[in-house]
Write a protein of this length. Structure first.
Ligand code: CTP
Length: 442
């Protein structure tokens, strides 16, 4: 299992490696100890691909990471310092590298954000969620001095071998209940199980009401990561089932569960997030995930859950509306077979609702949604509003006619612009007499 620090450098994402090497070079000049810590060390030892790289600097004063980052950053890079957390990010050409000053932390009260102060590498590793995340690999000479190739203050290496997720101490979930959500996404992603003693620690935190002390924003942020991890192969249905069976969902909001009918759509949503069936740059995995998960939850409970998770504004409205939207669009697709009808049903949906709908649909509706997104969505009608004004249409009739013409166009019922304009004239003639009888009536 033991692999060398040189090998971990080789395993870094190619775009991050030059930045890491600059930081190591600068650390050597200053005689500073730099380590790669957490997820990347765990993934390296598991022979999984490395994603985000977190580096840790042993402090010589509070500003160790910021000073090192500023000195190491290439001239065209941006250095963003978060003083409160002692962290700093180097950004260059869409690549980011996070550096932190080693910290020790305490909790003012359970569930609160930790209060941090400068500390040693050991302090920093011991404050982490799971033993397998509390590993470090030394990168600079000062870090390597007298240290093993992998630093493991807990039982991380043994737990990696055994496939076990284990918290450091029995009050870990009391201190930070969001760790339950982290376990729910990490355990299935890695194929690990929660250690029995950690399960007992979780039950104790639930029994003691620790989850009530945590802000909705923090739970929402972890749920967002849970849905985003579908891109790494996590099935959101498995993670939510884990939380439901462990009574964590009910602790977030009484009565909250995972409806059985949401499981297959959530699994499909996960696969669609991992391998998008069409281009959708504006997609938000959390919003789409909440839509699918909460569609068949009773509306009052859905509203309470959204409030508890601090989901507000347009995002909350989108989730609340989705059940009705989904049923209307799926019924519409079943009743109408043309490509124009499909466009009229799918066009008004948000990017999130469209993917959530795709995940909730049967295979034939899924094929139609996919074909629409790939082929029909971007089709431009060869007539515009001013063409319709020129043939006499006015006001809201213009928009309505454009929508109708688009249906004919996508159904291939008209061949060119001239036929569309002729049709517009016909539509105008059909709507115009409808107004006359009303006038006569007066
Ligand atoms: N961490 C923690 N408790 C939290 C959040 C994070 O102990 N509530 C620790 C974890 O040990 C993690 C490290 O901080 O390894 C970095 O956190 P983060 O960047 O959020 O890691 P993720 O990207 O969530 O982890 P992964 O790569 O495992 O998905």
């Amino acid at each position: 299992m033991k692999r060398t620090p040189v090998a971990i450098l080789d395993a870094l994402p190619a775009e991050t490696r030059p930045l890491v090497e600059r930081v190591i070079g600068e650390a050597e000049r200053r005689g500073l100890a730099v380590y790669v810590v957490g997820g990347p060390v765990r993934d390296f030892l598991l022979r999984r691909p490395l994603r985000d790289v977190d580096l840790l600097v042993e402090p010589r004063g509070e500003e160790a990471a910021a000073e090192l980052a500023r000195a190491a950053a290439p001239p065209d890079a941006k250095v963003v310092v978060h003083e409160r957390f002692g962290t700093v990010r180097i950004e260059q050409d869409g690549t980011a590298l996070d550096l932190a000053t080693a910290r020790a932390e305490g909790y003012a009260r359970p569930g609160a954000l930790p209060q941090v102060r400068a500390g040693t590498l050991d302090d920093d590793l011991r404050r982490r969620d799971f033993t397998v995340n509390a590993l470090a690999a030394p990168l600079s000479a000062a870090a390597l001095r007298g240290r093993p190739a992998v630093i493991d203050p807990g039982t991380g290496l043994a737990d990696l071998e055994a496939g076990v997720l284990r918290v450091f101490h029995p009050r870990s979930f009391h201190d930070d209940p969001t760790r339950a959500l982290r376990a729910a996404r990490l355990a299935p992603r890695l194929g690990f199980r929660l250690a029995r003693s950690s399960g007992t620690a979780l039950h104790a935190a639930l029994r003691d009401g620790a989850f009530g002390a945590v802000s909705g924003e923090r739970f929402r942020a972890e749920l967002a990561k849970l849905f985003a991890d579908a891109r790494l192969g996590l099935d959101p249905a498995v993670a939510l089932r884990w939380l439901a069976d462990g009574h964590v969902l009910g602790a977030l909001e009484p009565g909250l569960a995972l409806p059985a009918e949401a499981r297959a759509p959530l699994r499909r949503l996960g696969r669609a997030l991992a391998e998008p069936p069409w281009e959708e740059p504006a997609l938000r995995p959390l919003a789409a995930g909440l839509m699918v998960w909460l569609a068949d939850v009773e509306p009052a409970l859905r509203r309470r859950a959204l409030r508890r998770l601090a989901v507000q504004g347009a995002a909350a409205t989108g989730v609340e509306r989705f059940q009705v939207e989904r049923d209307q669009v799926l019924d519409g697709l079943a009743a109408q077979h043309g490509r124009g009808a499909c466009d009229a049903l799918l066009g008004p949906l948000s990017a999130d609702a469209r993917l959530a709908l795709f995940a909730s649909a049967d295979p034939s509706a899924r094929r139609r949604v996919q074909r629409w997104a790939r082929e029909d969505r971007a089709v431009a009608l060869p007539v515009a509003g001013e063409d319709l004004l020129a043939v006499g249409l006015r006001g809201p009739a213009v928009g309505a006619a454009l929508a109708q013409l688009r249906v004919f166009w996508l159904d291939r019922a008209v061949r060119d612009r001239d036929e569309l304009l002729a049709l517009a004239v016909e539509l105008h003639a059909r709507t115009a007499p409808a107004r006359r009888p009303r006038r006569r009536h007066r």
